[in-house]
Design a protein around this ligand. Structure first.
Ligand code: COA
Length: 151
């Protein structure tokens, strides 16, 4: 498997990107403002993430996703590690990521990759999504913010 930047002449893998965020508008905005990387195996794109510059010296991993049939095989972890290395090489001092309070697997993955919880954006999902979200039997209401120092 290789992880590489999406080339300018390639169209972004929208179904995959929409797995992480159902808002097409938001996904298109992130892709324009950030760098999109894809994980490819045997010519097929199986994973994606976007590295988005946010504040000075800070980048955020957004829209990280792995195709359902390829999940649980370590690809997500490799994508997170790739994002950390890329941000470091590009001179960022901090890398951030956010996920729902109900996203148990994602919270585990990000902490295994060195992220620490820095804050809670209370009712983020209640404010930004029309439909209630239920995941792992837990109402998804709050955005858990995580970060790690790259220096
Ligand atoms: N408890 C403890 N650890 C858990 C866990 C749990 N409930 N669920 C997952 N993990 C761990 C796994 O054990 C693994 O760690 P390990 O390598 O030390 O065993 C790690 O988290 C994730 O494994 P990996 O196989 O690399 O992840 P993946 O390829 O399935 O990708 C996502 C993870 C989140 C990208 C993928 O599930 C996905 O695309 N989900 C849909 C989109 C999404 O939710 N994106 C994130 C938005 S914030």
């Amino acid at each position: 498997m290789v992880i590489r930047p999406l080339s300018n002449n390639e169209s972004p893998p929208m179904p995959l990107l929409l797995l992480a965020d159902p808002s097409e508008q938001l996904v298109l905005d992130y892709i324009q403002r950030g760098q999109c990387f894809v994980a490819e195996t045997e010519g097929n794109i199986v994973g994606v993430y976007v590295l988005l510059p946010t504040r000075p010296k800070t980048a955020e991993i957004v829209n990280i996703a792995v195709m359902p049939e390829h999940q649980g095989k370590g690809i997500g972890k490799q994508l997170v590690q790739h994002a950390i290395e890329t941000a470091k090489q590009q001179g960022y001092q901090t890398i951030e990521i956010g996920t729902g309070n109900s996203s148990i697997g994602q919270l585990a993955l990000y902490q295994k990759c060195g992220f620490r919880i820095t804050g809670i954006d209370k009712d983020f999902f209640v404010r930004h999504y029309e439909e209630p979200i239920l995941e792992n039997g837990i109402p998804c209401r709050d955005m858990i913010r995580l970060a790690q120092d790259l220096s």
